[in-house]
Design a protein around this ligand. Structure first.
Ligand SMILES: [Zn+2]
Length: 387
């Protein structure tokens, strides 16, 4: 697939935005050839919440198993895909998390980690994600003797190769697991601090939120805070708003993963809005894990309109059978998101990124430029939206 900006550097393009059966199509003319591409795909995007082990292509899983002699007991690629993808409606977050067992079996060598990291960053680039934070729990990849430094090094190599090819920016968040011992999680936090040079920009807490609540992890994230690491915490997904409050007040969370159940506490919602604490929302995943009873009851529209710093994310492209474009299409169809909403979400994403001011400034300029090329803003400031 041609990469839009690369094409743009070498060829004269004519871009026309059309409304077609209530969805926007971008018509790109290259010479005498017209290409119709959905505007949702063309919009520049930010992805802040993407798990590496939830992003493994099934075809890659099959090839790694073959190369490394790992028996998966699957008859064909279709069965393998089914085992790596959660049903549209799981009974709980725990059932959803079972879909990670197979990919984790295959993510125990440097070569496998490097390849999966490269492909995860590549898949995001093809959805026009311009800035990506990929997260993974290094302690889940030590099964065949790799050290944490070797694991992060292999992932960083794969991500750097994809950055070099596609020109986007990819950073790493290291994940502490709720069911792991405190000493193991502290080792992850120290590694995150030590490995900033490999692109590690923060730490997270993931796993069974209901079974292992935030209160158990105060010391680990106290250490992360002391070391100056930006912190995001999965909260308000499988537990209530009190889990979000604890993440903010006791675990020093600068962002919240999901935060679906924030509306249960109006005072906290107000505080999060005033303090601009971003929510990494993953709508398709949230419906699967029963964080919300149905798509219609997801609060993303209410939160965005209420002034919360909402961002749009995939969580797990393979496990949730999604990608950024599908998330955008779902939001447009089910929640009436307009181009203006998508631009707001992207601005929120840049603001929320664990990135320095210089990189954020570059991303803002790049997004304005792409919005102008897509005819979404005038030639003046980015705020002059026509949407
Ligand atoms: Zn997650």
């Amino acid at each position: 697939m041609c990469h839009f900006n690369v094409m743009h550097a070498y060829l004269a393009l004519a871009i026309l935005t059309l409304e077609f059966e209530s969805s926007t199509i971008v018509l790109i003319t290259i010479g005498t050839v017209n290409i119709m591409i959905s505007l949702k795909r063309q919009l520049p995007k930010i992805e802040l919440h993407s798990h590496l082990d939830g992003s493994v292509r099934p075809s890659t899983a099959a090839e790694i198993a073959e190369e490394e002699g790992i028996e998966l007991n699957c008859s064909d690629l279709r069965e393998l895909t089914e085992r790596m993808t959660a049903p549209p409606s799981c009974t709980s977050l725990v059932e959803y998390l079972e879909r990670f067992e197979l990919p984790l079996l295959l993510m125990q060598s440097r070569a496998a980690l490097k390849r999966i990291a490269y492909e995860t960053a590549e898949d995001a680039a093809l959805e026009n994600v311009r800035y990506l934070e990929v997260r993974f729990a290094p302690q889940l990849h030590t099964g065949r003797g790799l050290s944490i430094d070797e694991i992060v090094g292999a992932v960083a190599e794969g991500l750097s190769a994809a950055e070099a090819k596609y020109g986007h920016t990819v950073r790493i968040i290291l994940v502490c697991m709720r069911h792991h011992a405190q000493a193991d999680n502290e080792e992850v936090v120290r590694a995150a601090s030590r490995l900033a040079g490999l692109g590690v920009v923060g730490v997270d807490l993931a796993g069974d939120e209901a079974g292992y609540p935030n209160e158990l992890h105060e010391e680990v994230f106290g250490l992360a805070n002391q070391l100056g690491l930006p912190i995001t915490i999965h909260a308000g997904e499988a537990a209530g708003a009190c889990s979000i409050r604890c993440a903010v007040e006791k675990l020093h969370a600068r962002r919240i993963g999901h935060g679906v159940r924030l509306r249960e506490d109006a005072e906290l919602l107000q505080l999060m809005s005033e303090q601009r604490i971003p929510l990494e929302m993953c709508v398709i995943s949230n419906v699967q894990t029963k964080a919300v009873p149905s798509m219609e009851s997801h609060p993303i529209r209410e939160y965005l309109d209420g002034g919360l710093a909402v961002t749009v994310n995939t969580d797990n492209p393979t496990v949730s059978a999604t990608n950024q474009t599908r998330e955008y299409e779902n939001l447009a169809r089910r929640f009436r998101f307009t181009e203006r909403d998508f631009m707001k979400v992207a601005e929120n994403g840049i603001e929320a990124a664990f990135a320095d001011g210089e990189l954020k400034g570059r991303l803002r300029a790049q997004f304005r430029q792409e919005w102008r090329e897509l005819g979404l803003v005038g030639s003046g400031e980015a705020g002059e939206s026509r949407a």
